[in-house]
Design a protein around this ligand. Structure first.
Ligand SMILES: CC(C)(COP(=O)(O)OP(=O)(O)OC[C@H]1O[C@@H](n2cnc3c(N)ncnc32)[C@H](O[C@H]2O[C@H](COP(=O)(O)OP(=O)(O)OP(=O)(O)O)[C@@H](O)[C@H]2O)[C@@H]1O)[C@@H](O)C(=O)NCCC(=O)NCCS
Ligand SMILES: Nc1ncnc2[nH]cnc12
Length: 291
């Protein structure tokens, strides 16, 4: 008989989904070199963020993601009770994040996107194709949470000023930047032989080519958004991040966005959503060992 039990603990579905959401956030944070974002090299365009803080923030969200999955399992269907439970848990998750980061907004958009996707997966784990999961998430996002405060957030200010779609609409439309751009690019770059890190960078860039990132608009206006979209397109047109030409364009984009103080935090959140959905689609350990 062994002194230690070496059998891995069986995870509940909710725990497993929370693990996958946190893993996606940590993989996003670690991915380097991302233009103007926090990564292994440094803080990008941020003075108040660093990699350790992004990791701590991601880990602080595990209980919220688990609770969101549990709420979905308990409710069992898309409806106002589940939407309002997710809103409450999301707000508590935001509070936990802000306590961990001493008030710095690290993952507000990610709580929203991944929270909806975790709940949508838990509702029907066998229906794990990205288009089906995002459709369920959209149906949840379309419901009106009566208890949601209506602060004049950065996203709301920018939406008023420029008439763009922000994080709410991205979810309500079933995450077109993820299913139409990020995920297909991730798969194309892998198929073309790019290494995993470069395939993920290409997926981020594909999202950046068209996203109305309200973080960029708030910090750097329309010139910042144009620089982000055109610069990301230039990297992909030059052969992507695995090619020498693409790498040069990526370096130029990083410099340009930092000079403009334009950090694509919304695109980073959607890359995390993309990595989460990729794992869900592949069923990475989702069913065996899960109780
Ligand atoms: C519905 C909400 C998403 C609120 O949305 P709204 O647009 O009103 O609010 P914002 O506070 O602006 O947050 C939106 C965050 O979403 C990310 N984002 C931006 N553009 C997009 C986009 N086009 N599509 C998808 N996602 C997008 C972005 O988050 C990232 O950036 C944050 C860091 O931003 P940064 O500007 O650097 O930092 P700040 O401190 O805010 O400003 P600076 O002073 O530094 O310039 C970081 O958090 C990333 O995650 C936007 O910030 C939703 O949040 C909501 O209603 N929540 C309530 C609770 C709830 O219902 N939860 C549901 C649980 S499922
Ligand atoms: N890596 C990152 N850098 C800055 N803001 C972010 N928001 C989400 N991920 C981010």
């Amino acid at each position: 008989m062994h002194a230690f039990n070496l059998q891995p603990k069986k995870l509940s579905l909710a725990e497993h989904l929370a693990d996958m959401a946190v893993d996606a956030l940590i993989d996003e944070a670690d991915l380097s070199p991302k233009p103007a974002l926090v990564d292994r090299r440094g803080n990008g365009a941020h003075t108040d963020l660093h990699l350790g803080l992004m990791h701590a923030s991601a880990l602080s969200l595990w209980p919220a993601f688990k609770e969101m999955a549990e709420a979905a399992l308990e409710c069992g269907e898309i409806g106002l009770p589940l939407r309002e439970a997710l809103g409450r848990i999301g707000r508590e998750g935001e509070a936990a994040m802000l306590t961990t980061t001493d008030g710095v907004n690290t993952h507000r958009g990610a709580i929203w996107a991944l929270g909806l996707l975790v709940a949508a997966t838990a509702l029907e784990p066998e229906s794990n194709v990205a288009s089906a999961v995002t459709l369920r998430a959209a149906r949840l996002a379309l419901l009106n949470d009566r208890y949601a405060p209506q602060p004049l957030s950065h996203g709301a200010q920018v939406a008023q000023r420029y008439g763009v779609r922000g994080a709410r609409e991205e979810a309500q439309l079933a995450f077109p930047a993820v299913t139409g751009l990020g995920l297909p690019q991730l798969k194309r770059s892998r198929a073309a032989g790019a290494g995993e890190q470069n395939a993920r960078l290409d997926a981020l860039l594909a999202i950046m080519t068209t996203l109305a990132d309200t973080c960029v608009l708030y910090r750097a206006g329309e010139p910042g958004l144009q620089a982000m979209q055109q610069g990301a397109r230039a990297v992909l047109d030059a052969g992507g991040s695995a090619s020498l030409g693409g790498r040069r364009q990526l370096h130029a984009l990083d410099q340009q966005l930092i000079a403009l103080n334009a950090s694509p935090g919304g695109a980073a959140d959607l890359l995390a959503a993309c990595l989460f959905l990729d794992r869900i689609e592949r069923g990475d350990g989702l069913f065996p060992g899960v109780c």
